[in-house]
Design a protein around this ligand. Structure first.
Ligand code: SAM
Length: 277
């Protein structure tokens, strides 16, 4: 099958409306291969039929979800962007914990939005258990969400190969990871327990509005796949989701400067972090 420009545009618009993801024309081949796969699974030969199916015969979004599982980019590993995590651990986390101690609030909520197969939220769980020696006296929740159901199933297993754990310091490997098979390591139960895994589409405004009172949002290397308009919608919602004094962390190549003036910018070494005052 060759995707004509017209069909590419139709599919691109349907994906954009449902997921907020933006595909440039240069991604036509990439999209074509994924659509081909879905059409084969549905026994279809005509792209028109597939577009019609997505438009009119998919009221619950099951086919859009199946396509979403194929078109997302899921690259991730534990302790990715180590410097930024160091800034979180050394500056932002102690600042938030001290403010909470002062007001006798022993809850801490972190959201890893676009967590892929879970390496990021488990990294955050390891950091919390390393920094907060009284972590068990706190009500801690690390909410880990993604669009891709296949990756979320991997996150639930919490078992990773050499590529995923290559940046984990040896000391943390020994304390938080158990070798379950040759070269495969599972996050230990006590660390896993801090993480709740859930499906959430950042393009779904209702689902987004239901997440509230979060102290830290990590949405790293996700918004690069969005255009400015959908990025702005998500970032505006993050602002409402954050508790006062909370922080938003983005990937090193991402910035909200152009799309939101609500946050106060703080510099952590070579990284920027966005604060809700
Ligand atoms: C490159 S991974 C980033 C993983 C991790 N945050 C990191 O920095 O290592 C991007 C993730 O964003 C997810 N994603 C893309 N669009 C999304 C959407 N509309 N809602 C939720 N997650 C989405 C993808 O499924 C993918 O797993």
């Amino acid at each position: 099958m060759r995707l004509s420009s017209r069909h590419f545009e139709m599919l691109r618009d349907l994906i954009y409306q449902a997921l907020g993801l933006h595909f440039e024309e240069t991604k036509a081949d990439f999209l074509e291969k994924r659509v081909d796969k879905r059409m084969a699974a549905l026994g279809m030969t005509q792209v028109e039929d597939y577009v019609f199916h997505l438009r009119f015969l998919d009221p619950r979004g099951a086919e859009m979800q199946a396509l979403a599982n194929l078109v997302t980019t899921n690259e991730t590993y534990m302790f990715r962007e180590f410097d930024q995590l160091q800034g979180f651990a050394d500056h932002c986390l102690p600042e938030v914990l001290e403010a909470k101690e002062r007001s006798n609030d022993r809850t801490l909520r972190i959201w890893s939005a676009g967590c892929s197969s879970g390496e990021e939220p488990y990294t955050l769980a390891i950091i919390l258990r390393e920094i907060m020696h009284d972590v068990d006296d706190w009500q801690v929740e690390i909410l880990a969400t993604d669009l891709d159901e296949v990756r979320l199933d991997m996150a639930r297993l919490a078992t990773y190969g050499a590529r995923s754990v290559k940046e984990v310091p040896d000391e943390y490997m020994a304390k938080h990871m158990t070798e379950v098979r040759d070269g495969e390591y599972q996050v230990c139960e006590a660390t896993r327990r801090l993480v709740e895994i859930r499906h959430l589409n950042l393009g779904d405004r209702t689902a987004m509005r239901n997440v509230r009172g979060v102290d830290f949002i990590f949405c790293r290397n996700v918004l690069i796949y969005f255009d400015d308009a959908s990025r702005k919608t998500v970032v505006d919602q993050f602002y409402h989701t954050l508790a006062k004094g909370g922080f938003l962390f983005l990937g090193h190549s991402e910035s909200v400067g152009r799309i939101s003036t609500s946050f106060k910018l703080k510099r952590l070494g070579k990284h920027l972090v966005y604060c809700k005052e």
